[in-house]
Write a protein that binds this ligand. Structure first.
Ligand SMILES: CC(C)(COP(=O)(O)OP(=O)(O)OC[C@H]1O[C@@H](n2cnc3c(N)ncnc32)[C@H](O)[C@@H]1OP(=O)(O)O)[C@@H](O)C(=O)NCCC(=O)NCCS
Length: 180
């Protein structure tokens, strides 16, 4: 997993040391209106979670857990993009940004960069994302990225939360499978 850069931002592979900077970024309750979770209770709790994520693998070793912290030119860490890569070439894709940075295309640019990296470097050919139907921002973002709404039965890696919408993106440029 490597750093990904554009003129506007850097996607840094998540490490435990990001916890301090990300604590405030993740502290707004609005982030969790339509997404599971809650603001981290403390920097220490977030650091513990990040220490686990920094291992980049599930406990049984079958999934790759890839997280990038998004840092914009001002130096501020504004959100994260994450992928869980399942055995084979499918991945779950997710993202969250601090509300003060919504509506600027930052999430779109960060997701576009991560999707390219996941297809090019990790061989992911099919991405899935599940979304609360009320989450209009996330739905719009996924559609702009090329995802389409598909039936929940299409999800190959378990059950979709009832009432969530399932989105899928097939990447025909995927190559060079690595790591699994
Ligand atoms: C989902 C989420 C990442 C979307 O963020 P976002 O900022 O709306 O997404 P984008 O980066 O695509 O920005 C789109 C907006 O920026 C505007 N924009 C400005 N410049 C832009 C550019 N260069 N490129 C694209 N969009 C641009 C668009 O017009 C759009 O504006 P609108 O919201 O008024 O329609 C954000 O709402 C979030 O973090 N939510 C909480 C966590 C969450 O729900 N995660 C998803 C779980 S499935």
């Amino acid at each position: 997993m490597r750093l990904i850069e554009s003129p506007a931002m850097r996607l840094e592979p998540l490490v435990a040391a990001h916890a301090e900077e990300m604590f405030e970024t993740l502290s707004s309750p609005a982030i969790y209106d339509y997404m599971p979770g809650a603001p981290p209770p403390s920097v220490a709790a977030l650091r513990k979670r990040y220490e686990r994520l920094e291992m980049r693998r599930s406990g049984d070793g079958t999934q790759l857990w890839l997280n990038w912290i998004v840092r914009i030119l001002s130096g501020r860490c504004v959100g994260f993009v994450q992928a869980t890569i399942h055995p084979g070439t499918t991945a779950d894709f997710a993202f969250a940004f601090a509300p003060e940075y919504w509506g600027r295309g930052i999430a779109f640019e960060a997701c576009r960069m991560a999707l390219g990296e996941l297809a090019g470097q990790f061989g992911v050919g099919k991405f899935f994302a599940t979304v609360d139907p009320r989450n209009r921002r996330s739905t719009r973002l996924l559609e702009r990225l090329g995802f389409s709404n598909v039936p929940p039965e299409n999800y190959p890696n378990g059950d979709v939360v009832p009432d969530d919408r399932l989105f899928a993106l097939i990447d025909t440029t995927a190559s060079r499978p690595e790591g699994l």
